[in-house]
Design a binder for this molecule. Structure first.
Ligand code: AMP
Ligand code: MG
Length: 391
């Protein structure tokens, strides 16, 4: 059995980078940039008025200016304003040559086409978004690994970028084992339960913009081995739910190994999720998750989530981590590190009631996992503990 730290280091060492493809900007949502992107243009492209008002030359200090032009946004003429003159201008319009300042129309008076300015606060350069102030041509716009969220997609569109190199999202298969499991919507007989892990894990992947395939398998060696063969042929990541312990109906480990997968680790000194399996076959990853729902989800966040982030070239791949004082005493049996469902206000952390590996209700309320050291028997209120923030 290996420690949590060693297991996570093995995840880092054994991650395969995702393939890189070129896609239209409009279909890049949720993907990670595979290259550093440099700006092909200065933004703004030209000196732009930030308000509706009048453009003029600040240094002239005249009592009034003659309004000689009207420049709507999108006007592409090259206009020059001379001494003693001003131009009517609007938000987004190009500032004409000869002008360095725009005054908001609220601070002006116009009589007989003469502009009178009245703004003590106005400074030279005021109300102009100067060419290249946001980003200069050739400067880095977004760096490799950046997630393309709506803001990033909008930003790249402002740069005129139409295609981006991204890491492909992995093809994921989730194989669900367990003869006791019944699909939602069907009637349960005594002794059966609803199959819930597929919904939970699918949701966890979908939060990462990945749509997994779900396959249900009976607790049978041949069926398990065949389903894994199939999944390996069609996926970058194969996740198995249940059947990874040592019971008479646990066929997953043998099924994985029969498929030529190299075992990287099996069993981690952690609670919940001790029977976790991780293996590789070429650049494909196989995770055997325990069937207990809270254990399966904990393993997802602590091992699968970082594996995927690492495959996108991210340096910050694991859950964000803080050291915080715990708000009450806790006791544990030394030997295994424990991930406790917890809430945090970022000043302290509080473990929740209901820490069993099958209990999801507390997980639904948690915004963090509190990681206790494996050797501790007691942690006292106020001691600093490691907190992993849930995404
Ligand atoms: P296993 O890891 O297969 O021994 O399963 C451990 C526990 O988790 C058992 O109580 C199972 O009934 C339960 N379990 C396994 N798979 C699922 C699932 N997909 N949905 C809900 N509970 C499950
Ligand atoms: Mg089972």
């Amino acid at each position: 059995m290996i420690t949590v730290k060693d297991a996570q280091e093995n995840i880092i060492k054994n991650t395969s980078l995702a393939k890189i493809i070129e896609v239209d900007l409009s279909s890049a949502l949720g993907s990670h940039l595979a290259v550093d992107l440099y700006s092909p243009h200065p933004i703004p492209f030209f000196n732009q008025s930030a308000v509706d008002g009048y453009a003029f030359n600040f240094n002239q200090l005249l009592a009034s200016y003659t309004i000689v032009e009207k420049i709507p946004a999108g006007d592409t003429r090259r206009i020059t304003i001379n001494e003693g003159e001003a131009a009517r201008i609007f938000t987004g319009s190009k500032v004409p040559d000869g002008c360095d300042t725009v005054i908001m129309q609220e601070f002006t008076k116009v009589e007989n086409n003469q502009l009178f300015v009245d703004d003590d606060q106005l400074q030279k350069g005021g109300n102009i978004r100067t060419k290249g102030y946001q980003i200069k041509q050739g400067d880095i716009a977004l760096s490799k690994g950046t997630i393309l969220n709506p803001a990033a997609i909008g930003f790249l569109a402002t740069l005129g970028i139409t295609e981006v190199s991204i890491f492909t999202l992995p093809k994921v298969s989730i194989l669900i084992t367990g003869n006791e499991l019944v699909p939602l919507g069907e009637k349960l007989a005594e002794g059966q339960i609803y199959e819930s892990n597929s919904f939970m894990l699918k949701a966890a992947f979908e939060k990462m913009h990945i749509s997994p395939r779900i396959i249900h398998i009976k607790d049978d060696q041949k069926a398990t081995t065949n389903a894994i063969t199939n999944a390996l042929n069609n996926s970058d990541i194969v996740v198995l739910s249940g059947g990874i312990s040592v019971g008479d109906y646990d066929f997953v480990q043998q099924g994985i190994l029969e498929n030529g997968v190299t075992q990287i680790f099996y069993k981690v000194a952690q609670k919940p999720g001790k029977p976790l399996f991780f293996g590789k076959k070429e650049n494909k990853a196989v995770f055997g998750l325990p069937g207990n729902p809270a254990a399966a989800l904990t393993c997802f966040y602590e091992y699968i989530f970082p594996y995927i982030n690492l495959s996108f070239g991210l340096k910050q791949a694991f859950l964000n981590q803080l050291q915080l004082p715990i708000s009450k005493d806790i006791k544990q049996k030394p030997g295994r590190a424990t991930f406790l469902k917890a809430t945090t206000d970022f000043k302290t952390v509080t473990p929740l009631e209901g820490q069993n590996s099958d209990a999801l209700q507390s997980f639904a309320h948690a915004n963090a996992l509190l990681l206790t050291p494996a050797d501790a028997a007691m942690i006292k209120k106020g001691e600093l503990v490691t907190v992993h923030l849930l995404p």
